[in-house]
Design a protein around this ligand. Structure first.
Ligand code: KIV
Length: 397
């Protein structure tokens, strides 16, 4: 039986921490509405104590979102919790996410507090957050670089104070998958009562491990994964929404888990976030990059023309891709890909004409990044002049 993984989207909070991003309240509401419509479980709308405008934007998201939980972030200090609680008070399903530094390095150099003081803050602030909502998430920041014994202690305190989700963040994208598995196994062994809560993982992509680490966390018992669309976020970004949702869909049977996300909206969601954040999606980005379903080399083109799955693990239709599998003709393309496109354009060339056109194509392609349909038509016109197009096609040369 498949267990459900909750998708916690933090595009509007940690995603907005990407350098140069500034979502308007309208951006936040529109992105949140799309996330909600796609079946995302939790939407972290922002960090309300940051500014009155941020608090107002979170409040608007809370008012508009119908189905998902709407979450506000708060440090483990009274004012943060109060402002967060106020911002999500109209949500159908309000959540407060309380966090505190947990590694000795961050306690010594940033927070300047002892472990005992931090435990006290967590107990008090999770309890305080419970005055606003029953749904409180707790994150010990920098969990992957924290002392496991202290991590267990702080998680125990948060659970005793009423946290129902325990999120273990790899705040600086430091860990490797096996370390994530070990961290979750350790906390489950040391704090048995954590089984009554939802275990969650928040990954950062500093070493490019965020998605692999998230999948490792699922294998070790996490049932909520925190993600941001297009992987945007602080520094090198967060775990990418589209990668985790797609990896779970592709490997559902092996992992024994599924999500509630309707993945057919992934493409438009990605485009919207790219447009509103001002961060373009790199062409080679997994799932949503412009080249994700483009095939440029001869062997791969030949394969996908015979059977798409020979060189694709994900069906572009499943993520709402507007073009789908695409053959891009260029220097490394082969004769089959070339012939297929020529035929699609409506030309009926005999073997000799095709061979001649292909030789010309290779010359052109060796000097250009790719050859588009106009270029192909010009090549046919030059190598097989007067060649008729197939009935029903009109070729504009
Ligand atoms: O990166 C991090 O640790 C965070 C926490 C607040 C979850 O963003």
């Amino acid at each position: 039986m498949s267990e459900r993984i909750r998708i916690f989207d933090t595009t509007l909070r940690d995603g907005e921490q990407a350098a140069g991003v500034c979502f308007s309240a309208r951006d936040k509401v529109e992105i949140a509405e799309q996330l909600d419509a796609m079946g995302v479980d939790v939407i972290e709308a922002g960090f309300p104590v940051n500014s009155p405008a941020e608090a107002a934007a979170v409040e608007q998201v809370a008012l508009e979102v119908q189905r998902a939980s709407v979450c506000a972030l708060a440090r483990a200090v009274p004012r943060d919790v109060a402002v967060a609680g106020d911002a999500i008070r109209h949500a159908a399903r309000p959540r407060i996410h309380v966090f505190v530094n947990a590694s000795d390095m961050q306690l010594a150099h940033q927070l300047n507090k002892s472990r005992e003081q931090v435990i006290g803050m967590v107990a008090a602030m999770v309890e305080n957050a419970r005055d606003f909502t029953d749904d409180v998430e707790f994150s010990p920041m920098d969990a992957t670089r924290s002392d496991p014994a202290f991590l267990a202690e702080i998680v125990r305190a948060a659970l005793a104070a009423g946290a129902s989700t325990i999120n273990l963040p790899d705040t600086v994208g430091f860990a490797m998958p096996e370390q994530i598995s070990a961290m979750f196994a350790d906390i489950r062994a040391k704090v048995p009562e954590v089984e009554d809560a939802v275990l969650s993982f928040h990954g950062q992509d500093d070493l490019g491990m965020a998605t692999a680490n998230s999948i490792a966390a699922i294998g070790a018992g996490a049932r909520q994964i925190e993600v941001a669309v297009n992987g945007i976020g602080e520094r090198a970004g967060n775990t990418a929404f589209e990668e985790v949702v797609s990896a779970i869909a592709v490997h559902a049977e092996h992992l024994g888990v599924s999500t509630n996300v309707d993945s057919s909206g992934i493409w438009t969601l990605s485009q919207r976030v790219a447009e509103r954040s001002g961060i373009a999606v790199p062409p080679n980005k997994a799932v949503v990059g412009g080249n994700a379903f483009r095939h440029a080399s001869g062997i791969h083109q030949d394969g996908v023309l015979k059977h798409r799955e020979t060189y694709e693990v994900l069906d572009p239709v499943s993520i709402g891709h507007p073009v789908g599998t695409e053959i891009v003709l260029g220097k490394l393309s082969g004769r089959n890909g070339f012939a297929d496109r020529i035929q699609t354009l409506g030309f009926e060339l005999n073997e000799a004409e095709l061979a001649c056109a292909f030789r010309r194509f290779q010359q052109v392609a060796s000097e250009h990044p790719f050859v588009d349909d106009q270029g192909l038509r010009a090549i046919v016109a030059a190598t097989a002049p007067g060649r008729p197009v197939a009935p029903g096609f009109s070729i504009d040369l």
